[in-house]
Design a protein around this ligand. Structure first.
Ligand code: 5AD
Ligand code: FES
Length: 346
């Protein structure tokens, strides 16, 4: 699929064309990654962040939120619970919090890898080569680092700190791959200032990077952030942060990166709590990330408002997701659910 075709799909509202896009994405999903849905238990271990991303509720300037760091034993307990629930992976996520030492993360990863059969994914922001290497050595399998947008100017605008550029992020993603991590990235959809062209370039960059995981979701304005104060795009010339745009992106990712693990994300579930997750899974996605963060912390990890699953417990999310997955004729997959390269299947 070339850039013009991608742009065509991103802009279309033609029902027949869309039906064809969903059908193709779902067919490729089935062919490449099957009917199993992999569950990745998400543990949000800290909401401290040293960054000032213009869209994010955890940015350091946001003083209205109570900050927390989970103690190590609580993190390990959550991971054990994920294993008991039959999830194949835990995702350890935080803001860019240098208050948790690299050695502490290494120890947590090592403990989870020794005590459980889980794959461990880290999502801890931009970190140095030494840290990434240390954690890989402790057994971390995967790392998620969204590049948020491939447009260098827009990237700069929404990441105001000196020394934060898109090329740094891409360099870190390549470093992760060199270290033997499975690497994941992604973008937000409908950020003010984004164009259809930007989204097409984002998609082509996912493919060029040969990512193992690609996660995208609608941008959701947080009123206490600089970007959240700006009007949302509402002209036909600009992509909007809608469900439809999100499904289009998920479907196009499946077509361009057919082997990738693609989540039906919480942000998507947030804008359509009734059926967003299911539609995502039917239009290219094959992964869901149930929240395992203890309830007392959940509401504090407020990247954006009205996040799905804020009042539920890990147990409730588990039941809810099983029901949703089975209701669309799919099943929960066993095992870590790493990317399988086609060459290895043949
Ligand atoms: N709306 C939607 N997604 C957001 N993220 C951060 N802020 C927002 C927002 N306001 C996403 C970013 C980040 C991930 C953890 O959450 O893509 O990488
Ligand atoms: Fe830290 Fe957004 S402000 S990730």
């Amino acid at each position: 699929m070339d850039k013009n075709q991608i742009l065509d799909y991103l802009k279309t509202s033609d029902e027949a064309k869309l039906a064809q896009l969903w059908e193709k994405a779902d067919r490729l999903r089935k062919q490449y990654v099957g009917d199993g849905v992999h569950l990745r238990g998400l543990i949000e271990i800290s909401n401290y962040c040293c960054r000032s991303c213009h869209y994010c509720g955890l940015r350091r300037e946001h003083e209205d939120i109570q900050r927390y760091r989970m103690p190590d034993d609580e993190i390990i307990e959550c991971a054990q619970m994920a294993a008991e629930y039959g999830y194949g992976t835990v995702v350890i996520q935080a803001g860019e919090d240098f208050g948790i030492t690299a050695a502490r993360i290494a120890k947590i990863v090592e403990t989870i890898k020794t005590q459980t059969p889980l794959a461990v994914t880290l999502s801890l922001g931009e970190r140095g080569d030494d840290e990434l290497k240390l954690w890989r050595g402790s057994g971390a399998d995967r790392y998620l680092l969204r590049f948020e947008t491939s447009d260098p100017d827009l990237y700069k605008k929404i990441h105001p700190q000196r020394a934060q550029t898109i090329s740094d992020r891409i360099a870190i993603i390549r470093k992760l791959q060199e270290l033997g991590y499975e690497a994941g990235s992604g973008v937000m959809i409908g950020i003010p200032g984004q164009t259809y062209e930007t989204l097409a370039n984002d998609l082509l960059l996912f493919k060029e990077l040969d990512l193992d995981m690609v996660g995208v979701g609608p941008y959701i304005a947080h009123p206490d952030t600089p970007l959240g104060q700006m009007p949302l795009p509402d002209s036909p010339q600009q992509p909007r942060p809608t469900e439809l745009m999100t499904y289009k992106m998920i479907a196009l990712i499946r077509i361009l990166c057919p082997e990738a693990n693609i989540p039906s994300t919480t942000a998507l579930a947030t804008i359509n709590k009734a059926t967003g997750r299911e539609f995502g899974l039917q239009r290219g996605a094959n992964v869901v990330m149930p929240n395992m963060t203890p309830r007392k912390y959940r509401a504090l990890y407020e990247i954006y408002p009205s996040k799905a699953c804020i009042d539920e417990t890990a147990q409730q999310c588990r039941h809810c997701l099983r029901g949703r997955i089975e209701s669309i004729g799919r099943h929960i997959a066993a095992g870590p659910g790493s990317r399988t390269r086609r060459s290895k299947l043949n």
